[in-house]
Design a protein around this ligand. Structure first.
Ligand SMILES: Cc1cc2nc3c(=O)[nH]c(=O)nc-3n(C[C@H](O)[C@H](O)[C@H](O)COP(=O)(O)O)c2cc1C
Length: 221
């Protein structure tokens, strides 16, 4: 697949086929991804691949925490405390586009809550990925992690796989780290659902918008 097509056609996939992803395929994916660049070649990443009972146990524990009123407590604040424009409106439109795609009314808080909790079940994907970043690496390592994540998503697309990067999967790092035996000096950056996309599912039909180039790029001659 050419890179332009991969970049333009990658979407966040939130419904997956009931089709396993082989260990060989995941190994092949990361054989490509390991060539992602990082400043000073720090390669500050660590990835946990979860499936089967282990994935189920993480989902069950996180949902139990959510339902017993334990609030999210990620290793770092993903979003601002106070939303300002233009981000406030963009975030709102992003949520509404998703709810509209699956016919959820704006005031249907119960269905919205259910859909949100699907995050913690990896949207039914057979594979979950957790991305950790080493502590004591400096702020630049966040950029390295972002590049790494996009490399995973594009390389997955090449293999016919769908992905959904998920900040929500970093909401309960204590549960994830304990279950996976990951030491404290790793920051849980985010998770990702991985599997073969269900192209017919309504939730995979809608497409998000983007700014036009002229809205973010200026020429200086
Ligand atoms: C770092 C990151 C975290 C995200 N977290 C979530 C999440 O927790 N749940 C979710 O459903 N989508 C999540 N998304 C998906 C975004 O909503 C999505 O990328 C954006 O709306 C653009 O849509 P597209 O990926 O289909 O192009 C996340 C995306 C990124 C890059």
């Amino acid at each position: 697949m050419n890179i332009e097509v991969a970049v333009r056609e990658r979407i966040s996939v939130r419904a997956f086929l009931d089709k396993p992803v082989s260990r060989e395929t995941i190994a092949q994916l990361f054989e490509t991804v390991r060539w992602a660049p990082s400043a000073a070649n720090l390669q500050p990443w660590y990835v946990a691949v979860v499936s089967g009972d282990r994935k189920q146990r993480i989902s069950d524990q996180v949902i139990q925490a959510v339902e017993s009123g334990v609030g999210p407590h990620p290793n770092f604040p993903y979003y601002p405390n106070k939303w300002v424009e233009p981000y406030r409106s963009r975030r709102f439109r992003c949520g509404m586009a998703l709810y509209n795609a699956i016919g959820i009314k704006r005031d249907d808080t119960e269905r919205r809550r259910q859909i949100w909790n699907e995050n913690y079940r990896f949207f039914g994907a057979p594979i979950g990925l957790f991305f950790f970043m080493g502590k004591n690496t400096g702020h630049g390592a966040w950029i390295d992690m972002g590049i790494f994540l996009q490399t995973v998503m594009l390389a997955a697309k090449e293999l016919g796989l769908g992905t959904c990067p998920q900040a929500s999967l970093a909401d309960y790092p204590d549960i994830v780290k304990k279950e996976l035996d990951v030491p404290e000096d790793w920051i849980l950056v985010c998770g990702m659902s991985l599997g073969y996309p269900d192209d017919q599912a309504p939730i995979n039909q809608y497409r998000t918008e983007r700014m036009s180039v002229n809205d973010f790029l200026k020429w200086y001659d």
